[in-house]
Ligand binder design. Structure first.
Ligand code: CAA
Length: 270
């Protein structure tokens, strides 16, 4: 692949959007490669993903404006669908995805981060939906996910004004889970990437069936009314039982031996 890097560290996979010269802007090729990379993740081994951008300056500076500028209405709609399909694949990916946002996350960059389960921002990160300044609406889910993630009023303010916000404001409005500052003289990008990998390893150490079921319960439940949502949870809760994960983890707890109780391994995918 030209624009996607992938590496594994134990049960954690790290996907890097690698188009640094264009601040990792999303053209059709990047979107296609990202989709193919997600399909290629070995889910029998990998339990959590980290998504980041190459270089210090940008996570993703948006959809590729050069590619978009001459699109017809129909072509633009198809381009929106292409982005939405990949972002939805990310959002519904069976295992959690953490965005390590290392710099600009504008337009499609903010949108792809919102398709991830968790966002960690470097202290240099900048978020925004600048599309109306380009004569378009957000097109990769921004009108929908931002309104759900922060609040409709704040989403409208950010989208209508096209104003960029820094990491601390993104944290204040609930757009990101945490802002990671480097140690004195350290790299902001390295700090956020390390924090994301550390969190991913912590998630990967939990029972994988239960983590996957939790993600599905939250995502599917948010799509529906509370009565139906609770039934979704009941079914996923039930699905964890009689698995080796659940048997081993609960037995470990019930054995009074403290050392063993904390050792929640081995978990298996069955
Ligand atoms: N598309 C295509 N190329 C982009 C790009 C984008 N979204 N963002 C940056 N680049 C390119 C620049 O054209 C430039 O390329 P050249 O070196 O070949 O000229 C290179 O990346 C570096 O960018 P700048 O010189 O502009 O860097 P800067 O430090 O002066 O500014 C920036 C950084 C503020 C992020 C600025 O690049 C910028 O405003 N980028 C566009 C941000 C934006 O509007 N994103 C939304 C796109 S629309 C969208 O995403 C729609 C949707 O929802 C689907």
């Amino acid at each position: 692949m030209e624009y996607i890097l992938y590496e594994e560290d134990g049960a954690v996979g790290v996907i890097t959007i690698n188009r640094e010269k264009a601040l990792n802007a999303l053209n059709s090729q990047v979107l296609d490669e990202l989709s193919a990379q997600l399909d290629a993740v070995d889910l029998s081994k990998i339990r959590c993903l980290v998504l980041t951008g190459a270089g210090e300056k940008a996570f993703v500076a948006g959809a590729d404006i050069g590619e978009m500028c001459l699109l017809t209405k129909a072509e633009a709609e198809a381009f929106g669908k292409k982005g939405n399909d990949v972002f939805r694949k990310l959002e519904t990916f069976p295992i959690p995805v953490i965005a390590a946002v290392n710099g600009f996350a504008l337009g499609g960059g903010c949108e792809i981060s919102m398709s991830c389960d968790i966002r960690l921002a470097s202290d240099t990160a900048v978020f925004g939906q600048p599309e109306v300044g380009l004569g378009i609406t957000p097109g990769f889910g921004g009108t929908q996910r931002l309104a759900r993630l922060v609040s409709p009023g704040m989403a409208k303010q950010l989208i209508y004004t096209a104003r960029n916000i820094k990491a601390d404001e993104a944290y204040r409005i609930g757009l990101v889970n945490a802002v990671i500052s480097p140690e004195e003289g350290g790299s902001s990008k390295e700090a956020v990437l390390e924090a994301a990998k550390k969190m991913a390893k912590g998630i990967a150490a939990q029972a994988p069936i239960a983590v996957r079921a939790s993600k599905k319960a939250i995502n599917d439940g948010l799509q529906t009314d509370m009565d139906s949502a609770i039934v979704i949870e009941e079914k996923l809760f039930g699905s964890c039982f009689e698995t080796k994960d659940q048997g081993a983890a609960m037995s470990n707890f019930l054995e009074k031996d403290k050392e063993k109780k904390l050792k929640v391994v081995p978990f298996v995918n069955e």
